[in-house]
Design a protein. Sequence first.
Length: 401
Amino acid sequence: MIMTINKRYVEMEKFLKFWADILKQNPEYNINYKSIYNRLITLGVPTDDFGCNNNENGNFDYWQQQFSGNVNTKVFVSINWSYFCQFINYYTDEHSIKNASEHIKMYIPLDRKHIKKGAEIIFNFLSKNDIKHISKIATDIRFDGIVIRLTSEEDALKLQNFIDNNQYLQDGLLPPNPFTFNQNNIAYACDGMLSYNENIAKMIAIYLNKRKNELDKIKLQDFINFVYEYFQNAFINKMNEQEFIDNFGLIKEGKIFLKERILNYKQIFELFLKSIHPDFKIEHLFIHFNNSKEENKQLSQIICQLKQLKIRQFELSPIIVDCYTIMAAKYSPEIAMNNIIEYIRSNNSACLTRDNNIRQKFIDLNIREHVLAVCKAYDCSIREVISKCLDNFTNSKLGSK
């Protein structure tokens, strides 16, 4: 039975109500997104399938043997990621599909009776058509048991059409994730370097914790409204950006890496909010995919500029240190710092000493413009930039001893 948008609404509501009932019966229960995630990925999986282990029953070994001589498909189980059997097809490690910032992610939920042969059928199709992909199959039976990452709309449509017209695969399909857009029971997502399903679980956990004292309010429409408001405040007007950073454990991220992660999260929640609309179609998912790629490209260009600014900042550290050292000895460390800051702020060169030709060097090297650019790019103060230059120079001198 194909999961229509109305069926999705029913299943999402049931899932939220399930957790509301848990909280009503166990008021002290601590909501953990991992519990929600583990429950979520097994939605629609028959009880008899819970005991299936694709590694222990020999399926992992079978797939590796079947594709051992296949030039278009490499199948392996990594020691460091043994929960999954991986299937890949790209030319080299540098091929764009591996390094792409965004993928079209297809989830194919096959039951235990069909997953062994079904996976072989799917990956033989991808191999024969030389469709580039990075894929994996989980040890357990789950609605994201087979995950295929593609970078081409045409390839996604080819695979979708193949599955739609293969009776064996159709007979083995389980219901897809109701929180995800699906085309004929094949769920789709674009989630960059993150996990769509995991972050939906996190969002549900945040919602449930907010409603712990208002459990009767828990329903699908309230959840959608909550996610929309959260999205607006975290990513659009940024009123609650710090709350989002805390909620999703990004406190320790570096500033450049943080920019990438925030954009990635924004795109995931944006996709969820778009995909619950009844008129959302696969072509809209492809539009989202292409928009995300363009956003990632633009951010990548900005990050390159930031890195160049950082390099330039380090290169200019010696002249800033020279200025500070001379003025600190001549006046005091506090006056030296304040005068450099005032020059950057006001462009009044009289704030700087002429000793050692410092004043002219600051002007010739455009140090003021550079420091202001760093302040804007990293959202920090002039004092922070100057202090960082002094630290960089000191640390580099210590490291050379």
